[in-house]
Design a protein around this ligand. Structure first.
Ligand code: G3I
Length: 390
């Protein structure tokens, strides 16, 4: 076959059916269907469909869901011996009815876990065996209830400090580092088919990334199967650089696990930290400069947000072979925890849809990025096929 004919057949095949397939992408899940699952964290108004507009919207756009809060310990297991699955059941039913990949979040965390788990009535810490039995009971009850239905669990959440050491949480202080291995063993025994994840934030930073890698290696050395690492991805317009994100995805996948982006959002407001922690007591009325866009996002920031989302998805799509899922932490801007953290009552714009549920320029930028990158890879595979079958 001569070169002109090869180029003709290549051009013809790009113009015909395959390109139509690549371009049929009016929603996120269509645009990204050849790359990875695309998900959102839901609140009860969405999965109970009391907000029918947003519920429909979730069905159109996403093929995976995460529970923003309803599967956390304080909600499902508020008191010793008392479980409350009323909201969690509705969440799972919504995901099943709409054929979505359903995530469980989260089994072992130092936040949103009631005090009774760690303390006796007199305030003293519970002993090792009491806490281990409590952990086992919690995981077997919660994971067991949704066996075969929740497809993947954030088993341990945020166990690593910024410097890479293990967080001195009550779990660590009472059970020692063994709590990690035990949590995954219990989850695996409760549902052997479920995928099991380790989930954390800021793992793009080198010291914390090294700590997370050491944690995964510790689990693997103990014979525990970890399916994927979740990079939470609560990012800013300018941090972290995409190269660090790309490096983190590569470093985790070299452990033989998949990688997911599990809690994506982009904070566009000024940083409001004092000392080493967030100061949620700052009064917005006293510090108006911390809330610069109460009535809408200026076009220049809107455009910067769109560029940031395009850059982020370009990295994820480049790594699609290593990625399982990208999940946004909320559906529309009004849902986001970033309106209330680290300062209460601000107006933030971190997601792909605005408060009216309308797609933002960032949404269009994600679709365009997916379209361009999938088109390019489709074209190069056609070229490769053409060259290998002269
Ligand atoms: O439900 C109560 C409500 O009854 C009460 O009136 C109200 C008063 O403050 O609080 C409500 O609970 C809040 C809950 O969200 C539901 O809206 C809690 O105060 C609030 O602390 C809680 O925040 C959640 C936060 O985790 C808890 O640490 C956010 O919604 C949730 O987005 C956030 O998610 C975490 C991930 O699980 C782990 N990674 C970080 C991420 C962001 O912090």
């Amino acid at each position: 076959m001569n070169i002109e004919f090869k180029l003709f057949t290549l051009a013809a095949s790009i113009l015909l059916a395959p390109v139509g397939a690549v371009l049929a992408d009016s929603t996120l899940k269509d645009a990204l269907k050849n790359d990875f699952l695309i998900g959102a964290a839901l609140n009860p108004s969405q999965f109970t469909e009391s907000n029918a507009v947003e519920a429909n919207f979730v069905k159109q756009q996403f093929d995976s869901i995460s529970p923003e809060n309803v599967l956390k310990w304080e909600i499902v297991h508020p008191e010793p011996g008392r479980f409350d699955f009323s909201l969690a059941d509705r969440y799972v039913e919504f995901g099943e009815a709409n054929h979505m990949f359903i995530i469980g979040h989260t089994l072992v965390w130092h936040e949103q876990t009631p005090d009774w788990v760690f303390k006796n009535a007199d305030g003293s810490p519970v002993d090792h065996d009491t806490l281990l039995n409590c952990l086992s009971n919690h995981i077997f009850t919660v994971v067991g209830r949704y066996k075969g239905r929740i497809k993947g669990w954030d088993v341990v959440n945020e166990a690593v400090n910024e410097d890479g050491t293990l967080r001195q949480s009550p779990w660590y202080k009472i059970l020692g580092p063994d709590f990690l291995v035990k949590a995954y063993q219990f989850a695996h025994a409760a549902d052997p088919q479920a995928e099991l994840y380790y989930n954390d934030y800021s793992t793009e930073n080198e010291p914390k990334r090294r700590g997370a890698i050491a944690l995964i290696r510790r689990l693997q050395a103990a014979g525990v199967h970890v399916t994927a690492v979740g990079i939470q991805e609560h990012v800013r317009l300018d941090w972290p650089p995409t190269q660090l994100i790309s490096d983190a995805i590569t470093a985790f996948s070299q452990l033989g696990v998949k990688v997911s982006i599990t809690e994506l959002d982009v904070d566009v407001l000024p940083e409001a930290f004092r000392g080493n922690g967030a100061d949620v007591s700052i009064n917005v009325a006293q510090r108006a400069e911390l809330n610069p866009y109460p009535n809408g996002l200026p076009d220049s920031v809107q455009a910067a947000l769109a560029r940031r989302y395009a850059d982020l998805f370009a990295v994820y799509i480049k790594h699609r072979a290593e990625m399982e899922r990208v999940t946004l932490w909320g559906v529309e801007d009004g849902d986001s925890w970033l309106n209330n953290w680290p300062v209460r009552g601000r107006t933030n714009y971190p997601l792909l849809f605005d408060r009216e549920g309308q797609p933002k320029p960032a949404y269009t930028a994600v679709l365009q990025t997916a379209r361009q990158m999938n088109m390019a890879s489709h074209q190069s595979s056609l070229e490769a096929a053409s060259l290998s079958h002269p």
